[in-house]
Design a protein around this ligand. Structure first.
Ligand SMILES: [Zn+2]
Length: 175
């Protein structure tokens, strides 16, 4: 997608100065390196407060996620490299939801082999194993089975495709 579309989508949820987007876009999510922190919707606020000073607010994805320290450090590095002084604050409310993951982020997740989150209701059905609604990331089949509530990390569940036998992670919905 073009930069313009991406920017609109980000701004829908967060207050971010457009000139800061290219810098933020360089910071990858430490757990899912194909996603940027903008794709994840972690950045809630990023404003130029002086000629070379930037103020940023980030909201952790899953509580107690150790990745947040890494994200803060990576933001610091990226802005220093671009010649800015930066202050990063953690904001806990409103809590992060998987709804904040951008459309690009969802596509990137799927290509990376992680099924993107469904909505809350569908998520519950999927995790209870009631309905087959999680699509295989390899072949797209909905003939998938929940193997474990917990995948490679606590925020993912492990599924297996019964058609192509591929095991894959499903990113659990969080609201
Ligand atoms: Zn499959």
């Amino acid at each position: 997608m073009t930069e313009g579309v991406k920017m609109n989508e980000v701004i829908q949820y967060a207050e971010i100065d457009s000139e800061l987007i290219p810098i933020l876009d360089e910071v990858a999510d430490p757990e899912i390196p194909v996603l940027t922190i903008l794709d994840m919707g972690v950045v809630r606020y990023a404003k130029l407060i002086d000629d070379n000073k930037v103020y940023i607010k980030i909201t952790p994805t899953y509580s107690g996620c150790p990745a947040m320290d890494v994200i803060e450090e990576d933001i610091n590095k990226a802005f220093k490299k671009a010649g800015f002084e930066v202050q990063v604050d953690l904001v806990l409310t409103p809590a992060w939801t998987t709804d904040w993951i951008s459309e690009e982020g969802r596509e990137a997740l799927e290509k990376y082999g992680i099924a993107p989150p469904l909505d809350a209701h569908a998520d519950k059905e999927a995790l209870l194993g009631n309905k087959r609604i999680v699509k295989c990331t390899l072949c797209g089949s909905q003939n998938t089975k929940l193997v474990s509530q917990f995948g490679s990390t606590a925020c993912k569940a492990l599924f297996k495709c019964e058609d192509c036998q591929e095991p894959f992670d499903y990113f659990k919905c969080l609201k």
